[in-house]
Design a protein around this ligand. Structure first.
Ligand SMILES: [Fe+2]
Ligand SMILES: [Fe+2]
Length: 284
């Protein structure tokens, strides 16, 4: 089966099945590009949508950002976390809605788990902006959601190949589409104008040695993706635990002792994750 890549790219960029996404994002992107915009003004736009802001706040206050329950408003979140992180969170909430409503709760769990572990790794390694790494991890597999929505038959064919050949999902996607969910993630990052610190880990989390622009963040997301799979937490499309890329480990200077500490810390962070953490936000 061969699919014309450009045609798929155009189709995915039109995003027929993600209607709530572009409106708010475009609005806040334009505001931020204008130099005079304050966090307060951007906060106001997000806060106008009460369901959206409740969900974003819920994510900001969840365990993986390291200040649970302490951020009371979107503006406060913007000041503390910066615009890229909040923009990533706005995107995440919309994508999570789709994951939950379209029967992809396991992928949601994998994503939130990966974000939690990425935060633990980033803090352990004294990364200057650990929240950004968590946000990249939160979004790292969103290409899978889009493939399932836009090309359901082909996505199902890739899942079947995973079962038959016992290979990772990205290899099966390559067989069917001649590209992977990471490629789709990259197209969407470009479309949504996400900074390199988010787009590089999303694009290269399966090939961290190719990430030139944000190699550390990419290596961290790569590692957290593998650790969360090894833990069996959630489901990202296959049950195989890939080898950790050697160059990624070396570039982060992770010793066996540091890795052990990270693995020990994982359990505590993952305890708080369940679907209510997300869906309760929509009740408000
Ligand atoms: Fe992936
Ligand atoms: Fe993943």
């Amino acid at each position: 089966m061969s699919i014309e890549k450009n045609k798929v790219r155009r189709k995915i960029e039109e995003l027929k099945n993600l209607p709530t996404l572009p409106g708010v994002i475009r609005k806040i992107s334009l505001m931020v590009e204008s130099q005079n915009t304050s966090a307060e003004e951007v906060g106001k736009i997000i806060s106008k949508d009460q369901i959206l802001s409740a969900k974003v706040l819920r994510l900001i206050n969840s365990a993986f950002y390291g200040f649970p329950g302490r951020i009371s408003s979107i503006t406060h979140g913007l000041v503390l976390l910066g615009f890229s992180v909040v923009k990533g969170l706005v995107l995440s909430t919309s994508i999570f809605d789709i994951m939950i409503s379209k029967g992809m709760a396991d992928l949601w769990k994998h994503s939130v788990g990966c974000a939690t572990v990425a935060g633990i790794i980033a803090r352990k390694l004294n990364q200057p902006e650990p929240e950004e790494v968590s946000t990249a991890a939160l979004l790292h597999d969103f290409g899978k959601v889009v493939l399932k929505l836009e090309l359901p038959e082909e996505a199902a064919a890739a899942e079947k190949i995973v079962q038959e050949k016992n290979i990772p999902i990205y290899e099966a996607e390559n067989e069917v589409f001649e590209f992977t969910h990471s490629t789709v993630g990259n197209w969407l990052c470009e479309k949504w104008n996400l900074p390199k610190t988010l787009s590089a880990p999303i694009t290269y989390h399966h090939q961290p040695s190719l990430s030139r622009l944000a190699p550390r963040q990419t290596a961290m997301v790569h590692l957290s993706d593998i650790l969360i799979k090894a833990k069996g937490f959630g489901f990202g499309g296959d049950m195989l635990v890939s080898q950790i890329d050697k160059t990624a480990l070396e570039s982060l200077k992770i010793t066996p002792q540091i890795l052990e500490d990270i693995i020990i810390n994982m359990d505590g962070g993952l305890d708080d994750i369940d679907e209510s953490m997300f869906s309760a936000g929509s009740e408000q």
